[in-house]
Design a protein around this ligand. Structure first.
Ligand SMILES: [Zn+2]
Length: 296
């Protein structure tokens, strides 16, 4: 019964990072014996036994995050035949030309930054509805779409089935603060729009990203930049020096920070207005988001 698929060797128990035994429909940890279910040949669930506790209840972001995280953590995975709802980042139905150009620009920037190799093992953390993971999957050997949210997993999975273009994707529901992967497993880790919930959260998530990254390889993450006119209180915004301090505290010393241009909040605008705003944000106003490319 013990037929471990060699292409699943990077998978580990999220509780203790120990090796797994693979069966037809499940994985079992050799150490704690927790069982993890396969929902389809490329849809697995690897939920740890307990929520990861970030102890900083005085911090507004962490307090809100803990509440939201518990809700998502306690969901049960199920696969549904057709998506009728909008998952995170679901923009497929938007016809606004400016938004489409923004998405294309961003994907192209990522393609340039990842320095792709056809043999790469890649993962998108918090992959949402799959805008990046599906677009970038053809660039790599294997693309893991990782998310905690059941709707997001469904949405991305359905998209990959519908377009029948992605044979090298694996969809995993799990917790990004306790990832079910052995250390040094990935050539590329993408985590856009994840670091926004305060320092305790950021430290844990970044250390997990750094742990699963292979030495010499790259992770691409981003931060919301603190600007003088910022009014946002629901997400953590960073100044450049705060990002550098955060990296230093985790012994991450090889990185490059690149300002992203205009990030649209509304979907209804034209290509021309997007181009104009993008230019302003790249060269005149401080950009809303800063992309960080980390090398291990
Ligand atoms: Zn275990």
């Amino acid at each position: 019964m013990d037929k471990f698929n060699p292409s699943h060797l990077f998978l580990a128990c999220p509780n203790d990072q120990k090796e797994l035994i693979e069966y037809q429909d499940i994985f079992e940890c050799r150490f704690c014996h927790k069982v993890y279910k396969k929902y389809a040949s490329n849809v697995f669930e690897f939920m740890p036994s307990n929520c990861f506790k970030i102890d900083d209840e005085k911090n507004e972001f962490i307090k809100n995050y803990n509440k939201y995280y518990h809700q998502l953590f306690n969901q049960k995975l199920f696969l549904i035949p057709e998506i009728e709802f909008k998952a995170w980042g679901e923009m497929g139905k938007s016809t606004a030309s400016g938004y489409k150009i923004f998405m294309e620009d961003e994907i192209n920037l990522f393609k340039t930054l990842i320095k792709r190799h056809s043999n790469d093992m890649a993962i998108e953390i918090s992959g949402g509805s799959g805008n990046y993971s599906i677009a970038l999957a053809p660039e790599v050997k294997k693309m893991i779409h990782f998310d905690l949210d059941v709707k997001s997993i469904n949405s991305a999975y359905q998209k990959s089935v519908k377009y029948n273009i992605i044979k090298n994707m694996l969809f995993i529901r799990g917790d990004y603060l306790q990832m079910p992967f052995h250390s040094n497993s990935f050539d590329l880790v993408l985590a856009p729009d994840c670091l926004e919930r305060g320092e305790g959260h950021e430290k844990r998530l970044l250390s997990e990203i750094f742990r699963i990254l292979k030495p010499g390889r790259r992770a691409i993450i981003d931060f919301h930049q603190k600007r003088s006119f910022s009014k946002n209180t629901s997400i953590k915004e960073y100044r450049l020096d705060e990002i550098k301090k955060l990296f230093k505290s985790l012994n991450i010393d090889q990185f490059e920070i690149i300002p992203l241009g205009y990030v649209p909040a509304k979907l209804t605008f034209s290509e021309l207005s997007y181009r104009l705003l993008d230019f302003l944000c790249k060269f005149i106003i401080k950009s809303k988001r800063l992309i960080a490319v980390i090398e291990k």
